[in-house]
Design a protein around this ligand. Structure first.
Ligand code: MRU
Length: 361
């Protein structure tokens, strides 16, 4: 996608050919800050503090983190140690574990002197495949938007958190069908949930859509149900951090409440994902998906730009009030209209998923 007319991916190799460049997402939308990372520890810090975030992107970032580890020390011991460090950064998005497993499978079978080149080739393949998968999600998802066009009014899509191009290597998952619709001239408007506590909707999704010229309106997280009751939402599309083989969906905290409101108002609720987000080892999302608990300060403090242009952090709770911060929730498959994957759309059910991915039977 483009920023001010310049094409970007969310992660790329520096011109030195080995260090890694990322967009620091903690600085958006106020400034476009590009960081150069040169060690696995720096990459782990970037994932943990959410300079890079979004399930597919943290998978690609972990893969490049392992390249940086091998650049330092190609020994098996260092490789296994740093892979474990990277795997421990965030627990919910399964793409992180998937990417590291894929890297280790390739590298454990490669002699140490050939490992570095093999690692960079594998990480590049992971990144390129993510772009192709998301572009395909856009093609399969745009049909849903196209089908809801009515003369004289936009198709209103509600989304939660940020599942756009900066949450992946490019294109995004939930936003890919929206970009495809916009690119083919469909009148589309997006309701953007602000997504407390970290405001990925207000700060990242709004920035992305604005940069691409897509009409959008930021709403408080609690407004979606009201808009649905009044016919102002044609469909919901969200991303996900882990889908079970039964079709349960973990995504940013608050997604479940949107699914309940959508169900009550007969609004279609679609989830967009590359197959790297499916955890084929589990069935029951509520019982089996680990939910990340993040620092309470993400709830008690808010960061924004003041009138003078300075970035400031303020406290929004009384001193002494505790805060809890579960970062994800699970939407049961029964509340999901369907899944949009790179192979097409399917029911959120074991049968639906196996129809698209028969090799997993
Ligand atoms: O905590 P985050 O910002 O990494 O959470 C991101 C989300 O919940 C996204 O919806 C999900 O990763 C899908 S990204 C294409």
């Amino acid at each position: 996608m483009k920023i001010d007319g310049v094409p970007y991916r969310s992660i790329w190799l520096d011109e030195d050919g080995w260090s890694v460049r990322i967009i620091d997402q903690t600085r958006l939308p106020w400034s476009l800050s590009i960081l150069r990372l040169s060690s696995a520890a720096e990459m782990a810090e970037a994932i943990r503090t959410m300079r890079v975030r979004g399930a597919p992107l943290i998978g690609a970032a972990a893969a490049y983190g392992l390249c940086l580890a091998l650049h330092d020390d190609p020994s098996t011991e260092a490789m296994e140690r740093d892979a474990a460090m990277l795997a421990g950064t965030r627990p919910t998005a399964v793409n992180l574990r998937w990417a590291l497993d894929r890297m280790l499978t390739r590298l454990r079978n490669t002699r140490p002197e050939h490992r570095l080149a093999a690692a960079y080739a594998e990480a590049a393949a992971i990144a390129d495949e993510d772009v192709a998968q998301n572009e395909a999600i856009g093609r399969h998802g745009v049909e849903l938007i196209r089908a809801r066009q009515k003369p004289g009014r936009p198709v209103n899509v509600l989304t939660h958190c940020n599942a756009g191009w900066i949450a992946t290597v490019d294109w995004g998952t939930a936003l890919a069908p929206i970009y495809s619709a916009h690119n083919e001239g469909i009148d589309v408007h997006v309701w953007v949930d602000e997504t407390r506590p970290r405001n990925q909707g207000a700060s990242l999704t709004a920035w992305e859509l604005g940069s691409h010229g897509v009409a959008h309106t930021v709403i408080a997280d609690n407004a979606g149900g009201h808009l649905m009751q009044h016919g102002k939402v044609d469909l919901v599309i969200v991303g996900t951090d882990r889908v079970t083989r039964g079709g349960d969906v973990a995504n940013k905290i608050g997604t479940y409440l949107k699914a309940l409101a959508a169900h009550d108002n007969a609004v279609p609720f679609w989830v967009a994902l590359p197959s790297t987000t499916i955890d084929w080892t589990i069935t029951d999302g509520i019982a089996e998906i680990p939910i990340e608990e993040r620092p309470a300060t993400e709830v008690t403090l808010m960061t924004g730009q003041t009138e003078t242009g300075a970035i400031a952090t303020i406290q929004v709770t009384p001193p002494g009030s505790g805060a809890a911060n579960p970062a994800f929730d699970v939407t049961p498959a029964r509340l999901v209209t369907g899944l949009i994957t790179e192979r097409g759309r399917c029911d959120a059910s074991p049968e639906g998923l196996l129809k698209l991915f028969p090799e997993r039977a």
